[in-house]
Design a protein around this ligand. Structure first.
Ligand code: PMP
Ligand code: GLN
Length: 379
């Protein structure tokens, strides 16, 4: 179905939800706005003349706010002028970094499954994606799997924690395995931390804080998930000045600089020192539990999720060993859209064949409705 290079699985599944009227637990976006204070700040910025190009690196106040956030949350010190680049969402930060660093033939190691833009941009850069397989139900990063992939041919190691689609939050031991491989083979880590505050058990550890990693890590995040503004596309890349400068060099020719009023509002969002994201995480933890219990009652075997918007369910107890086929039927038969985990793997791997990703970043009544539809469908 949707794995073709020109349409993402998210576009396909959201279109299917709209066409069939099914509840969209496919594409990960919340159905409620982020903090009103931040929206008010955006309106205020629009009305007070912040409507022209921002400076290429991003408005100074936002760069200061990002640096402050990294210091308060993780003890990472950054110079806002040289070590912070504001981008059009995490997506542009990741793309700029990969296009800046990867030359034709370079290998890029990434967890498998992974968010779909990684391999696509590596291919645009002429690089070679090298998957590091994670196996369900634990989805742990194993030293042997990392060793088998990362070598002197590796240019970049892509890390993502909390991890989409599995909901894994990598622990210190796993991050040290990845960091060790980067140091031994002189690899740059590119880490996608867009779900950094959406954690329900465990804690977020940026790989940049592990030994010897600050000087070889580009850290990417954005406002989309942590503040429920996925349509705003305000993101950033941080790290050593020379790597941030390389990101900036590519970014200037992708979009130059935009979203000026939203950059002003993002300052207000980041300045609350994580208060709103903590509230959001508490509410998402309850929604995770609601959906997990509901899916189990509908007959799925639910895998544990510690973070993100997502959880994974095994459809075999319902008699389905092919999640692609199941996800094609569910919108029409049950009125619910979900996404097969195989949409996130390098190939349709056997280990993920029966697994489905459901998003729980929706209002309680929407999740309850989805669960009752799935139960009725099963019956
Ligand atoms: N990385 C991951 C892991 C994601 O799930 C998403 C989904 N939005 C993105 C990056 C994209 O972030 P943004 O919307 O800020 O570009
Ligand atoms: N990050 C979202 C998800 O994984 C989708 C973003 C997109 O549509 N590209 O569902």
């Amino acid at each position: 179905m949707a794995e073709s290079a020109d349409t993402t699985i998210f576009t396909t599944m959201t279109a299917l939800a709209e066409k069939t009227g099914a509840i969209n637990l496919g594409q990960g976006f919340p159905d409620e706005d982020g903090p009103k204070l931040v929206i008010d700040a955006a309106v205020e910025a629009l009305r007070s003349g912040h409507n022209q190009y921002a400076p290429l690196p991003g408005i100074p106040a936002l760069r200061v706010a990002v640096a402050r956030h990294q210091r308060l949350m993780y003890g990472i010190e950054l110079d806002p002028d040289t070590q912070v680049q504001v981008t059009f969402g995490a997506t542009e930060a990741l793309a700029s970094a990969l296009l800046a660093l990867v030359r034709p033939g370079d290998e890029v190691a990434m967890l498998d499954p992974s968010y779909d833009s990684y391999a696509a941009v590596v291919a645009l850069a002429g690089g070679v994606p090298r998957p590091i397989p994670l196996a369900p139900p634990g989805w742990r990063v194993e030293a042997a799997a990392v060793e088998a992939v990362v070598s002197d041919r590796t240019r970049v190691l892509l890390v993502n924690s909390p991890h989409n689609p599995t909901g894994r939050v990598l622990d210190a031991g796993e991050l040290d395995v990845l960091a060790g491989a980067c140091r031994r083979h002189d690899v740059i880590a590119l880490t996608d931390e867009v779900y950094e505050h959406l954690i329900y058990d465990g804690e977020h550890i940026p790989i940049a804080t592990r030994d010897g990693m600050a000087e070889r890590t580009i850290t990417v995040s954005s406002l989309g998930k942590t503040h429920s503004f996925t349509g705003w596309k305000i993101g950033w890349a941080t790290g050593p000045a020379e790597l941030v400068s390389a990101v900036r060099g590519v970014k200037q020719f992708l979009t130059f600089a935009g979203g000026t009023p939203l950059q002003h509002a993002a300052v207000v969002a980041l300045d609350d020192a994580g208060e709103e994201p903590r509230k959001l995480a508490r509410s998402l933890a309850e929604k995770r539990d609601l959906l997990a219990e509901g899916l189990a009652a509908a007959g799925f075997e639910v895998l544990h999720s510690s973070g993100t918007y997502f959880l994974t369910a095994d459809a075999r107890p319902l008699g389905f060993d092919d999640a692609v086929a199941l996800c094609e039927r569910l919108p029409l038969e049950a009125g619910v859209v979900a996404i097969p985990i195989s949409a996130f793997t390098a190939e349709p791997a056997e280990r993920v064949r029966p697994l489905v990703r459901f998003a729980f970043c929706k209002r309680r009544e929407v999740l309850e409705d989805a669960v009752s539809r799935l139960k009725a469908w099963r019956a």
